[in-house]
Design a protein around this ligand. Structure first.
Ligand SMILES: C[S@@+](CC[C@H](N)C(=O)[O-])C[C@H]1O[C@@H](n2cnc3c(N)ncnc32)[C@H](O)[C@@H]1O
Length: 295
């Protein structure tokens, strides 16, 4: 029996408040190619996919070569997208994180267009890594890490895309699960839809800076991770509910899996082709690891 939290009479009550999810996740982490791995899974068996594929921007991964000819890369993206479409339940959410480089600005757009035959783009979000804001009557404020670039042409790239793709374009989300408080509290009573609750939609710009680390080798031994918080917000936005199955075909060192653990997701499936990253993910999650022998 699930434990009830709150009451239907509470202000701003949401159906998701009713359930306390189980606090153990069943792990299915596999070392190997996600294309073969996903092909062996049953159709319509996954609720949420949060992933970040290689971007084909010549990133220095341990073993994966990130420099295919563009058409070949996009065809490969079509192949894994087709599998994700097959595995995703009709009410499922697929969160696809993809960034660009100043010299390759069209990559995220080309990729999402390639996925058009399979999914509807329901929401476009921006993962903001660093930002400068000028609050009224206060000094300018710069937050996050501004990766230095030496260029007279390009400006520092402070964001990546997070595409929310679904089968129908009509998947109901738990927006207030990642909501924020009103800065002007008079809005709480002014707007009927708040039902007296001090919570509004966060919007599609998510400021999530990288954690400051002392040693990349020890603390983040991978060249292209997303923050655990990014994946966590995706899961909560989709809606945490009993029996949720999540998948990340490009696991890296397991940040999506750590987010699944934090959200008490029931089952998590992950694939990673590189033995070193796979082992690192298993260690972080404290789950047994079985590395396939190389052919
Ligand atoms: C952008 S990284 C993902 C990082 C991950 N989100 C994290 O935070 O740790 C992409 C990963 O995909 C892996 N990869 C590349 N091709 C793969 C394939 N066919 N199957 C599974 N993993 C693959 C790469 O080794 C790399 O670790």
């Amino acid at each position: 029996m699930q434990k009830a939290r709150g009451s239907v009479n509470d202000p701003g009550f949401e159906m998701s408040d009713l359930f306390e999810p189980p606090n153990t996740t069943v792990w299915d982490l596999r070392h190997g190619d996600c294309l073969a791995g996903m092909a062996a899974l049953p159709s319509e068996s996954v609720d949420v996919v949060v992933t970040s594929p290689p971007y084909n921007l010549d990133i220095g991964y341990r073993s994966y070569a990130d420099d295919s000819p563009r058409a070949e890369y996009l065809n490969w993206c079509g192949q894994w997208a087709e599998q994700i479409k097959r595995l995703l339940k009709p009410e499922g959410s697929f969160f696809l994180n993809v960034g660009a480089s100043p010299a390759n600005p069209l990559l995220p757009h080309e990729l999402v267009l390639k996925l058009q035959p399979y999914f509807t783009l329901q929401n476009t979000l921006h993962w903001i890594k660093s930002i400068t804001v000028q609050p009224r009557r206060e000094p300018e404020l710069s937050v996050g890490h501004f990766k230095p670039i030496n260029s007279k042409r390009f400006i520092t790239d402070c964001h990546e895309y997070l595409f929310h793709l679904t089968q129908s374009g009509n998947v109901q989300l738990d927006r207030l699960a990642v909501g924020v408080e009103y800065s002007d509290k008079s809005n709480v009573t002014r707007w009927g839809h708040t039902k007296g609750r001090d919570r509004r939609c966060r919007g599609n710009n998510w400021f999530i800076p990288y954690e400051t680390i002392n040693s990349r080798d020890k603390n983040r031994p991978h060249p292209a991770t997303f923050p655990i918080q990014l994946a966590e917000q995706c899961i909560r936005l989709h809606g945490v509910r009993p029996g949720l199955t999540m998948m990340d075909p490009f696991l890296g060192i397991g940040h999506s899996a750590l987010a699944a653990k934090a959200c008490s997701v029931s089952r998590f499936i992950g694939f990673e082709i590189d033995a070193g990253y796979y082992q690192e993910a298993c260690e972080r999650l404290e789950v047994p690891c079985s590395v396939e022998a190389s052919p």
